[in-house]
Design a protein. Structure first.
Lengths: 554, 172
């Protein structure tokens, strides 16, 4: 089988499909693809127009961070789906289904199931308590300075690791799809992202994400329909042919080795489910809508599109077994069965070319690049808000910064994050960055999620408890990833991993919860009592939304 | 004379569900207003976060009124029960499925019926997609209808009580 799929032994690699950091490995530069570049330029022109329009509407800090709360539930749902369906989902999951069959489907089911839980237990309270960042919620009744500093540190850590994976992924993808230089791609992504975020804030970022989500849904659907037409739109015919041809045979539709270890399977499930619920750029999306009603609607829309698209990808992968796998033109040396041209992740692209020619290939390639751009913009905005809203306005200025000052800082922060992202992208060009997204998810699940959920549900959480849980979870997640196979062995060259599982969530999350609970219980200070008292009002607001930031008049 | 509480209502810094007052106040930089500090009967100010926030006691009184409304207790109880039932259903179904994957992988590869192209695993997976999405829709239907209705009533009643109290004070 092809090399990229073998490298999927790292369970963390598919994790990144969730939020868009493709581990494309070392991609080979392809011939310059003018269709793709042309269509991508159209996308850029369109989004620049939107940014220009958004800039005129971005006046207050609330406009900048959350589009003034003026995004509708449907629009926000599409944007969340856009954050969720990344280039790696399209490329990585199609490739995984193509190579491993049912395992690909298993991963997509796991990516999906976090959403209902987020809706039932978090969406409403997030919207009712938060304003710009999730630290607004964790620090609601706790020590603003200390808790916000902690939340900002873990947010920025998550954002940075994510950015590295995105930037490296963008560079590799562009080499693969457009035939341009790695450096050109990294600088282009960084520069475009800065323009979107600095001038258009959340309004532009959201619309870039919405347009991209629509392009992705349309592109994927067209490819799937054209491919299915080869089998008379019959799933039975497709399965019968695919299982005869594929080397796995009838086992194509049974779980393979990827989730065989139950500990790994459960840990991965936890990491995917609760990591999503701790990602700053996903959480931020809940503040862009006017009220809890719209927040709920956006989850319905998002999970509907995501679920639909995952099934489209599953069909695409199965069709590719017949259409791509049997066609010599997609293999090096022109003979079916060897190494795929451009590497294992090119399955979706080859399928597009096979069923729709260069035009469809160009479209899908442009979509993939647009996807990375959109996700990077969301990340940069989340990182910038952690710096300007949490660290600058609340910790350094202690709430006395004017709106103009805060916005200025957020723009400087975006600019700096863009430069840092370009720099890191260049620095990590030759590295396998798969573990970084695993780390980002681990940190989100272990450092952000436990404190966030406890602050919303548990009266007894105190500042000391939150700090212990947050920093403890952060350290535990980082150490688990550091000692895992993907870093300890693959990067640091040690013979055997000290931590034998790939996802830290099952271990780091309980540590974070235990620390937060035990330290809170032991905290007998007067402040701890006052914080418990303050929960009562927070609770009423969480339940009713009374006093929460309302929609601006857009 | 207007009492301090009435001023609190007029300025209503935390009452931003009122669109009119939002519009008037939009240009004023007022980050802190959306974060009512802990209630004033707390033994000591927990942090600097509490300093310099007008209207805190005011919103706290509103929260107190809402909390003591039996409708609020009813809302919280029914909604929590509903949300947790759904969440536990989802978790049990999903982790049950994960256990099958881990311990009974062969079963998932079998066709649902003799000669069918549809296998147990794919059938279960697609059932998860569809049924979880339907549960999402079910929750939203009830939350956006019944629960939001109840929430509106609770806020309205608390506001009426607040106005009445203010009026009484004014008369006095």
């Amino acid at each position: 089988m092809n090399r990229a799929l073998v490298s999927l032994y790292v369970l963390a690699a598919p994790v990144l499909a969730l939020a868009g950091g493709p581990d494309l490995g070392q991609a080979e530069k392809q011939a310059t693809n003018w269709h793709a570049i042309g269509m991508f330029l159209v996308f850029v022109a369109l989004t620049m127009g939107i940014t220009y329009w958004a800039a005129s509407r971005t006046k207050s800090a609330s406009d900048f961070y959350t589009a003034g709360g003026g995004i509708t539930g449907f629009q926000n749902g599409l944007a969340i789906a856009g954050d969720y369906m990344s280039a790696a989902t399209l490329l990585g999951m199609t490739a995984m289904t193509y190579g491993q069959g049912y395992d690909g489907y298993l991963y997509m089911v796991s990516f999906f199931v976090g959403w209902p839980v987020i809706l039932f237990l978090m969406a409403e309270r997030l919207r009712n308590l938060g304003k710009f960042t999730f630290a607004d919620i964790t620090s609601y009744r706790l020590d603003q300075g200390k808790v916000r500093t902690m939340a900002a540190i873990s947010s920025l850590t998550v954002v940075c690791f994510y950015l590295i994976a995105q930037m490296v992924g963008a560079g590799q993808l562009i080499k693969l799809l457009f035939g341009l230089e790695y450096k050109v791609a990294v600088i282009a992504v960084g520069a475009l992202m800065m323009v979107y975020v600095i001038f258009g804030g959340m309004i532009a970022t959201t619309w870039v994400q919405i347009i991209k989500a629509c392009m992705l849904l349309v592109g994927g659907t067209v490819v799937m329909l054209l491919a299915m037409s080869r089998f008379g739109f019959s799933y039975s015919v497709l399965i019968a042919k695919a299982t005869t041809i594929h080397k796995l045979g009838p086992k194509l539709l049974a779980p393979g080795g990827l989730l065989a270890d139950p500990i790994n399977a459960i840990s991965l499930g936890l990491g995917l489910m609760f990591g999503t619920a701790g990602l700053p750029h996903i959480l931020m999306r809940f503040f862009t809508v006017g009220n809890a009603k719209e927040a709920r609607k956006s989850v319905l829309v998002a999970s509907g599109f995501v679920g639909y698209f995952f099934n489209v990808i599953f069909l695409m992968g199965l069709c590719a077994i017949m259409i791509v796998g049997q066609d010599g033109q997609f293999f090096e040396g022109g003979k079916a069965g060897g190494k795929l041209v451009g590497g294992g992740n090119m399955v979706a692209m080859h399928l597009a070319k096979a069923v729709g020619g260069n035009l469809l290939l160009g479209f899908l390639a442009a979509v993939a690049f647009a996807t990375i751009l959109a996700v990077v913009s969301g990340l940069a905005l989340a990182g910038a808000s952690a710096i300007s809203h949490d660290l600058y306005a609340r910790v350094i200025k202690q709430g006395k910064a004017t709106e103009a000052q805060e916005m200025k800082v957020s723009k400087i922060a975006t600019l700096s994050l863009g430069v840092v992202a370009i720099f890191l992208g260049m620095l990590f060009e030759k590295q396998n960055v798969a573990f970084m997204v695993g780390l980002a998810f681990g940190i989100a699940a272990a450092a952000n999620f436990p404190v966030l959920i406890l602050s919303m549900y548990w009266k007894g959480l105190t500042t000391r408890g939150a700090l212990a849980g947050g920093y403890g979870g952060l350290a535990a997640a980082v150490l688990c990833v550091l000692f895992s196979k993907s870093v300890w062995v693959a990067v640091l060259g040690n013979p055997a991993p000290l931590f034998r599982w790939d996802q830290p969530a099952l271990f780091a999350m309980p540590i974070a919860f235990a620390l937060a609970i035990v330290v809170s219980k032991l905290d007998a200070s007067a402040r701890a009592r006052a914080e418990a008292e303050a929960f009562e009002d927070q609770y009423v607001r969480a339940q009713t939304g009374y006093g929460s930031a309302a929609a601006a008049n857009h | 004379l207007i009492s301090p509480i009435a001023i609190g209502i007029l300025r209503g810094p935390t009452d931003s569900s009122d669109r009119e007052s939002m519009r008037e106040r939009r240009s004023i930089p007022s980050h802190n207003d959306d974060y009512p500090a802990p209630r004033s009967r707390a033994p000591q100010p927990p942090s600097r976060a509490q300093r310099g926030r007008g209207g805190t006691r005011m919103s706290s009184a509103m929260y107190e009124r809402m909390r003591s409304n039996p409708k609020f207790q009813h809302l919280v109880r029914t909604r929590s029960r509903f949300a947790w039932t759904l969440a536990i259903t989802v978790l049990v179904a999903f982790y049950g499925f994960v256990m099958l994957v881990a311990f009974q992988p062969a079963l998932l590869g079998r066709p649902v019926m003799e000669g069918s192209a549809l296998t147990v695993g794919v059938a279960m997976g697609s059932t998860i997609f569809v049924s979880f999405w339907l549960l999402t829709a079910l929750y939203i239907r009830r939350a956006n209808g019944e629960f939001d209705q109840l929430t509106e009533e609770i806020i309205k009643e608390a506001r009426h009580a607040e106005h009445a109290a203010a009026a009484r004070k004014e008369v006095a």
